[in-house]
Design a protein around this ligand. Structure first.
Ligand SMILES: [Fe+2]
Ligand SMILES: [Zn+2]
Length: 243
């Protein structure tokens, strides 16, 4: 059983420790199926500043979808079918935080994992302050390093109760979950030799009534997405009840 610790008395963000061996399957998937693609010459430009690009990596049980952002050279590699969703789901189950998340969100029966990602970057030029969710989304983003960070990698900047900027240091075997009203940014860092690889999960309420708030964050993050109802987006009629 994990124990969520509030990062600051008034911040909607919590940390907890876990056995980092839980990440081994995703680490091997990264080494075998994602890294070779990111290193191939035709895809090296994904790390360059410029236009945002999207595409697919792999197929079948190793299908991922990437989005690279123009201004911030950051690549989001998302689950792209049930196989790769399961890879992230296994991590979510092993982290064993469902019961504690149930204290934080309004839900009917259970907490739903919407999507899983690897966030790959090798620099951050600016402080891009943002909120992950609009108020009342009843959802969280989890972030944890997949591998030990290099000394030169950026950590997480956030605003504390007094609106002062604080730095949360990413640690292997520790995760942070952030919800609505939590203002944060990647700490700017100069280009590094080794990329910084973070694991990210989005999860929260199973009530479809929160879709309007949720979709502002999660609808555009991946092609393959599990809706609060637990069904793959596009495969059910549950959203119609919210229209
Ligand atoms: Fe964020
Ligand atoms: Zn549904």
């Amino acid at each position: 059983m994990s124990a969520l610790k509030k990062i600051d008395p008034k911040s909607n963000a919590y940390t907890f420790v876990f056995d980092e061996k839980i990440l081994d399957d995703i680490r091997s998937a990264y080494h075998s199926h994602i890294l070779p693609h990111l290193e191939s010459p035709e895809d090296a430009s994904l790390f360059e500043d410029g236009e945002s690009r999207v595409g697919e990596i792999g197929a079948n049980d190793q299908s991922y979808f990437y989005t690279s952002y123009g201004k911030e050279p950051l690549i989001w590699v998302a689950n792209n079918n049930w196989h790769t969703y399961e890879l992230f789901k296994n991590v979510f189950e092993a982290l064993d935080i469902r019961d504690e998340v149930k204290q934080l969100v309004d839900f009917e029966n259970d907490i739903t994992l919407y999507s899983g990602f690897l966030v790959v970057g090798n620099r951050a030029n600016i402080e891009a302050w943002h909120l992950d969710f609009v108020e009342g989304a009843n959802a969280y983003t989890l972030i944890t390093p997949l591998f030990e960070l290099d000394a030169g990698h950026g950590n997480l900047l956030y605003k504390d109760t007094r609106d002062d900027t604080q730095t949360y240091l990413y640690k292997l075997g520790e995760a942070i979950i952030v919800g609505d009203n939590f203002s944060h940014a990647t700490e700017p860092y100069a280009k590094t030799e080794k990329p910084r690889i973070l694991l990210s999960l989005t999860f929260g309420t199973d009530k479809i009534v929160y879709w309007d708030a949720l979709k502002q964050t999660i609808a555009g993050q991946s092609m393959f997405l599990i809706l609060p109802c637990g069904h793959q987006r596009g495969s059910c009629q549950c959203l119609e009840s919210t229209a």
